[in-house]
Design a protein around this ligand. Sequence first.
Ligand code: BGC
Length: 367
Amino acid sequence: MHVVLVHLGILVYSSRGMQHFLLRRDWIGRIRLALTLFGIPYTVCTPGVRSALSCSSSHPFGTSQTVRPISTSYCNLYTTGVRTMPPSTVPHIKSRCPQYPGSKIKRFLVPDDKVGWSQSWPQYNPVSHNDPSVLKKPVWADPDISSFSPKFNTVDGAVDRTSFGGTYKMEKGKPLNPHGRTGVTGRGLLGRWGPNHAADPIVTRWKVDPKGAKISHPVSKRPVMQFVAIKRKDCGEWAVPGGMVDPGEQVSLTLQREFSEEALNSLAAPPSERSKINERITKLFKSLGFQVFKGYVDDPRNTDNAWMETVAVNFHDDSGNSVSELPLQAGDDAGQVQWVDVDSSFPLYANHSHFLELVAKERKAHW
Ligand code: BGC
């Protein structure tokens, strides 16, 4: 059985065919919660929610999105189709930050017009950098490139070395950053040569007053959303509680695992509580996903030979009585965790602000 919740109504697809029932608005929320709890797949359609959505042309991350409805094993709402734009038209910025994070390394400065590899630049003299944490050969990192034979642009054993942007080029046996020069060669802080895959769960709810009514922003007049934000231990910046996809791991599992570890501190919870958290999060994440972004991330750790890519998915607790009721507790890579108002003035790590802008626009919330 699959259920489609439409504006003031419900369509039920079952072995007996499609049936349409008219409902009062306040019943929709109750039905959604019940469907979530019983694990019945459903799709929500409200007027305007399926409209096409484009990211601003000045956006520095080089992708544009069109939202379309979809049903996958983990996203029953909608997903984003990603079109990669030529790297030279929208140069990455954070990937050229003058000082490489966690080090004293100064990048070779790359002007906007020299970012693209197609621009010949014989004077380009990038600094080679591999962080000591990577050179120690931890399990999450590749060996040095000269001492193993990775299969680039393919799924190499359990390690996914494909890029969301398509086939990337190789130069002297090393992958080339598809978004151009960064002023640093090697892997820096990143474990993998080529793409390093992450996943970002964006858990949201409406901001409500003590009576449960949505609070609107005084200027935009739009309802304010809140999202679960963590303060990263590595750089002190606020971010979405994302993390790296483990070898062989499904992205859907990474989203759920990272949220549980960083925002609910599931790793420190006793086994019985951990399984309760997992059960609740599994249900929510299975039924309410909306894929916001999939592609290259303009991350300050990027180099000419290693870069971040991510999939960001929004899980929205519309009625406020699902994940909103779970107590937040920072764990793993997170120093702090809290619900934060979604607002363009709140600075966030890497391109996380862009994810929230897309979510706010899609849900017609204040930005
Ligand atoms: C973070 C993600 C982030 C990605 C790219 C990962 O380390 O955990 O939240 O989107 O890097 O910046």
